[in-house]
Design a protein around this ligand. Structure first.
Ligand code: GUN
Ligand code: FE
Length: 515
């Protein structure tokens, strides 16, 4: 592939490469990548690598390639509820809107129709990897795993554990901890026996198949201690019996500290715990393959604990606004060195698109930055050498959240830069789901999970304004235009701009798919 590519490097940096040459091998991995090749040197560069020009796919004017989005938190069974229920806060929303819909997935015909549609939509929005919650039903969750496997989306699939009586409605609660764990085991076996959809489903240094199970205790409120301990034992047992030395511990996902009422109630149900994070920790569920959604109201001790355990955080800003949960201090988490990615949290969040998560993550960071009193009131400051006073703007003290954050405060209390937002939706998410060696950015050996974006689509929001100026030979101007087009795509683009979606080198979605 020859053309414009943007790839994240770290939370502050991306590489915008207007003349990148990248080779994707038959395994779906990136074989090699040259950051910059002049057009008149293309044939030479190719022949050195043993290729000919006829093998090259040329990106058009207005097209560029970025890594696919990684949705680190979403509920597949809540897609049929999109846009409903935003008048409630979390616990009432679960009872009144969410549990009734999830209960419908006992009907496998409904599940099949819904889940294939979910995966199709998610792929077309540019999500190449998704961490899915299904429902408490084993058979319906198997259907979700089938759908991702058949449609070619990289995914983690979890059956919710919800065995605590009295917390979930009678019509939507598991029989016992034992049954919950038994079904979870069955799901793991089922997903691990899914046929690879292509010849290259498990390649690379670690066996990381396209579709994998993820342990999903819904949240502390919906589980008993017995169930949480059983989930830890399951993870331990699978780790002891791992089939490959590089196989990571099975992933775990759950919710944490989303809503103040939820936090209080959790601490009432677990009186021995010092904090919400401690509930998970005392059951052995906080580890480096754990994905914690929301994490809005964490205390300093909880942040320290999560950092110590190297668990990841899924920031779900659309949902956090929509359910009036709060604003997560993501800049602070980045300063503290926590792993952070983004999630749509459908249907707490009302959009299936990670672009919307990016936009709301930007707004969330701006809301936090505006809480600091703006330095707009001029203060009278005596001039040191004269009896005159000058009006001078004095910046308010920015209170850093902790000593560590103070020593390297870069993101806290500020609006997040575009590069950071892009990172969170890609490489940050890959880190959170322990797959950063394989996905989230482009480099040799990584999977080609990618989007071909076209900002010139005449029905899109950017259209003709994304056109490249006559910039022959001016690489720097081309780079700026590319960065500008990416920024505009992130803020006002949508699925009309996503031409092609690749997972492990296979075309699996986008507007050009199936045409
Ligand atoms: N906490 C427990 N379950 C849920 C859920 O389905 N959505 C959200 N946003 N929070 C939860
Ligand atoms: Fe959620």
């Amino acid at each position: 592939i020859y053309g414009s590519v943007v790839t994240p490097v770290d939370p502050r940096t991306w590489k915008a490469l207007p003349r990148c040459l990248m080779a994707v091998g038959s395994t779906g991995n990136i074989d090699w990548m040259l950051d910059h090749v002049e057009e008149n040197k293309l044939a030479e560069a190719l022949s050195q690598k043993g290729y000919v020009t006829g093998q090259v796919v040329y990106l058009k004017d207005g097209e560029f390639i970025i890594p696919g989005f990684i949705d680190t938190h979403t509920h597949a069974a809540q897609f049929p509820n999109l846009g409903k229920g935003g008048q409630y806060e979390l616990l009432d929303w679960l009872q009144n809107v969410t549990f009734p819909k999830e209960a419908e997935f006992a009907d496998l015909d409904f599940a099949k129709e819904a889940y294939y549609d979910v995966v199709r939509r998610s792929l077309d929005c540019g999500t190449t990897t998704s961490c899915y919650y299904a429902t408490l039903h084993l058979d319906a969750t198997k259907i979700l795993a089938d759908a991702t496997s058949r449609l070619g989306q990289r995914a983690f699939i979890g059956k919710c554990n919800m065995d605590r009586k009295g917390q979930s409605p009678e019509y939507y609660v598991e029989e016992s901890a034992e049954k919950s764990l038994e079904d979870t085991s069955s799901l793991i076996s089922y997903i691990r026996s899914l046929p690879p959809i292509s010849s290259h489903a498990s390649i690379g240094t670690a066996p990381e198949p396209l579709v994998q199970p993820i342990l999903t205790p819904r949240f502390a409120i919906s589980c008993t201690s017995e169930c949480l301990n059983g989930i830890r034992d399951l993870a331990d047992r699978h780790y002891r019996q791992r089939r490959h030395p590089n196989e990571p511990r099975i992933r775990i996902q759950t919710h944490i500290s989303e809503n103040r009422g939820e936090v209080d109630y959790t601490l009432q149900l677990y009186p021995d715990a010092h904090s919400y994070a401690h509930v998970y920790d005392m059951h052995g569920l906080l580890g480096d393959t754990t994905v914690l959604a929301h994490a809005i109201h964490l205390t300093d001790d909880e942040i320290r604990l999560i950092k110590e355990r190297n668990a990841g955080i899924s920031h779900c800003p659309t949902s956090n606004f929509n359910l009036r949960s709060g604003v997560a201090p993501v800049g602070r988490y980045l300063d503290e060195g926590l792993k952070v990615g983004l999630g749509t949290d459908v249907s707490g969040g009302y959009s299936t698109s990670m672009l919307n998560a990016i936009q709301n993550a930007s707004i969330a960071s701006k809301v936090i930055s505006m809480k600091i009193p703006p330095p707009s009131v001029p203060q009278e400051i005596p001039h040191p050498e004269a009896a005159v006073t000058t009006k001078q703007l004095v910046s308010p003290p920015v209170t850093p959240p902790s000593e560590l954050a103070e020593s390297n405060a870069r993101f806290a209390n500020r609006q997040l830069p575009i590069q950071t937002l892009f990172y969170l939706a890609t490489l940050g998410g890959a880190n959170v789901c322990s797959l950063s060696e394989k996905i989230g950015s482009f480099s040799p050996g990584k999977s080609f999970d990618a989007l071909v974006v076209n900002v010139l689509d005449e029905r899109g929001a950017i259209g003709v304004w994304g056109k490249e100026a006559k910039l022959d030979g001016d690489l720097e101007a081309k780079r700026r235009k590319l960065e500008e087009n990416l920024e505009r795509f992130l803020f006002c683009g949508d699925d009309r701009n996503i031409q092609k979606v690749y997972v492990q080198g296979c075309l699996v979605g986008g507007r050009a798919f199936g045409k």
